[in-house]
Design a protein around this ligand. Structure first.
Ligand code: TPU
Ligand code: MG
Length: 569
């Protein structure tokens, strides 16, 4: 194993910084602009290089790794690589994940000599990639001289860690091996910004006062709660117990408040909510929104946007009706508020009166044709405290959101960016960081076709991920929003395909299930396959989709179709 260098280069500097911030795997696709850099990263004993099949998948694998690890790195070549990796970088931006996108770039002499270069637009201005990256990262830097590398690398990484957003670092091919100083203390990059004490106290006092004047408070949890880190999830449980009120959770935040907690009232997703969460959210006279994200999707085409003034506790500020406090960290705010707030369980009392009875789920007999409901019933039985469930864009969102998470189970969804195909590379990246977890992916046939190659990395790294592929012969979610012939796709033999990825030494299994009994057997085989991925192709009727998807689709379609508003009208 190589050891840390005594003489540092730009590449060594970057490698050491990545290792120091807790990155153990970096995701790469090689190209001649980044090869020296890849050698330098490889030489760091604390980093493991993970090659991906293409840069889209590479960026999405890094996106998934950031979900598991808090931060990730994706290393690509100029333009032909980076422009594909921008997609996963966009996801990391929308989903609040610090992904460090690193791109090799042309030799520093070429721009001034007006050379035309391969992998570029065929003009002699090579700044376009940096300019593009600025729009989709919180900090984009291009190293132009080796001595500037430490300052620029540290700045980009620090910004990403603080903002929980991706950053971009561009390193010319002839600078990765150029000498530079060794890294200084890592605390200069990683030390968090703590709350302003006065702002924190004022925000907590203002919130308790506001809440004490209300009769029916509810907490609504959003996806930025987990992204905030700093103990925010644990602090929220304390606050909820101090308040005693109902706690509803947005779909993208499923699992961020324990579903077995007695104050959990379901997933608030407008008319497609679970456990009637919407009836209590819409009854509230004060809504404490913790890291929430209100989008057309999460509000069901704006039909479920709460119509009372909102109290918003964000990652680094809080905003209430009539007040705003900057530099207040979410975890600290929730902990502080838990000590000043008054107990008021009126919304829990009401919720316990109106909550629906548990639905009785019918168990299919083994010879019954497979249905969506039976797939969900069998996946539900699989979930345990070690499970992480990935749900892909499509009916898998709705089927996944309705499952009950046992304590310890985790849930991953990419609802803000919504890139079909995300779940395969993201689950792969996540699994590398959490090989101890039982990873299950629910994915549709259309989504699977986008990034199927990355199953081959699951094979390469012997990761026992279970992929439940729901084959309903097309883009059903799109059918429900707006149908057309474009929603039909070519059917594949998915089970055979994943076995093709085995080459001569892999352990992937591909199985098919057309009946309830076949699915049961396939799940058993998946559990026994501990050395590689198992894909179970579940064939269901084209029209067998959730009531929730249909309802949601109608409202989203209506929101999409709003006519342009004329000025002044
Ligand atoms: O359950 P189901 O059939 O809806 O899922 P499946 O088969 O995975 O189909 C997903 C269809 C879909 C599309 C084509 N969902 N969203 N889109 C639009 C879309 C297009 N391109 C990207 C990269 N992401 C998208 N969300
Ligand atoms: Mg489909």
């Amino acid at each position: 194993m190589s050891s840390l260098p005594t003489k540092y280069t730009v590449g060594d500097y970057l490698a050491e910084r990545l290792a120091q911030i807790g990155i153990r795997h970096h995701f790469v696709v090689p190209g001649d602009y980044n090869l020296v850099l890849l050698d330098k990263l490889q030489a760091n004993p604390n980093l493991t290089e993970v090659g991906c099949a293409n840069e889209l998948n590479c960026s999405l694998a890094a996106e998934g790794y950031a979900r598991a690890n808090g931060v990730s790195a994706c290393v690509v070549t100029f333009s032909v690589g980076a422009l594909s990796a921008f997609n996963g970088t966009g996801s990391a931006y929308a989903e609040n994940l610090p992904l460090i996108l690193i791109s090799g770039s042309p030799n520093t002499n070429d721009a001034s000599q007006f050379h035309l270069l391969h992998h570029t637009l065929g003009t002699t201005d090579y700044s376009y990639q940096l300019e593009m990256a600025k729009k989709i990262t919180c900090c984009a830097v291009a190293v132009a001289r080796a001595h500037e590398a430490p300052r620029l690398i540290d700045r980009a990484i620090r910004h990403a860690l603080l903002a929980r957003k991706p950053c971009y670092i561009e390193i010319p091919t002839n600078l990765s091996g150029a000498e530079c100083v060794r890294p200084g203390p890592i605390s200069a990059v990683t030390d968090p910004v703590t709350s302003d004490k006065a702002a924190l106290a004022a925000a907590a006092n203002c919130a308790s006062e506001y809440l004490s004047g209300k009769l029916k408070p509810v907490i609504l949890v959003g996806p930025k709660l987990r992204r905030a880190g700093d103990g925010a999830e644990q602090a929220l449980i304390k606050l909820a117990e101090a308040m005693g009120c109902a706690v509803a959770v947005q779909p993208a935040a499923k699992g961020m408040f324990p579903e077995d907690h007695k104050q959990f009232v379901g997933i608030f997703w407008g008319t497609v909510s679970t456990d009637a969460a919407d009836s209590i959210v819409h009854w509230a006279d004060a809504l404490l929104c913790v890291g929430t994200a209100f989008t057309d999707y999460s509000t069901v085409g704006w039909t479920a946007m709460p119509d009372i003034p909102l109290m918003a506790a964000e990652m680094d500020h809080v905003t209430f009706p009539g007040a705003h406090f900057s530099r207040v960290r979410l975890g600290e705010f929730l902990s502080h508020l838990a000590t000043t707030v008054k107990f008021n369980n009126s919304t829990m009392i009401e919720y316990n009166r109106l909550k629906p009875d548990p639905v009785l789920v019918r168990t299919a007999t083994p010879s019954d044709e497979l249905t969506r409901k039976e797939i969900s019933r069998q996946i539900q039985a699989l979930l345990d405290s070690k499970t992480t469930l990935f749900v892909e864009t499509g009916d898998s969102w709705f089927n996944g959101v309705q499952l009950k998470l046992p304590p310890g189970a985790l849930f991953e969804i990419e609802m803000a960016w919504g890139h079909i195909g995300w779940s395969i590379p993201a689950a792969f990246g996540y699994a590398l960081r959490h090989p101890d977890r039982k990873i299950i992916v629910m994915v549709g046939d259309g989504s699977f076709q986008v990034t199927a190659q990355e199953v081959s990395q699951m094979v390469r790294f012997n990761l026992p991920i279970t992929i439940v592929l729901i084959n309903n012969r097309g883009y059903t979610i799109e059918v429900e929003i707006h149908d057309g012939s474009y929603n039909k796709i070519k059917n594949w033999n998915y089970a055979l395909l994943v076995q093709a990825f085995n080459g001569e030494d892999g352990n992937a299994k591909g199985l098919t299930a057309k009946t309830a009994g076949e699915l049961q057997d396939a799940i058993k085989a998946a559990e026994e396959n501990t050395k590689g991925p198992t894909l179970i192709e579940c064939s269901i009727d084209q029209d067998d989709c959730s009531r929730e998807l249909i309802t949601w689709g109608h409202f989203v379609a209506a929101a999409n179709a709003r006519p342009p508003r004329l000025p002044g009208v």
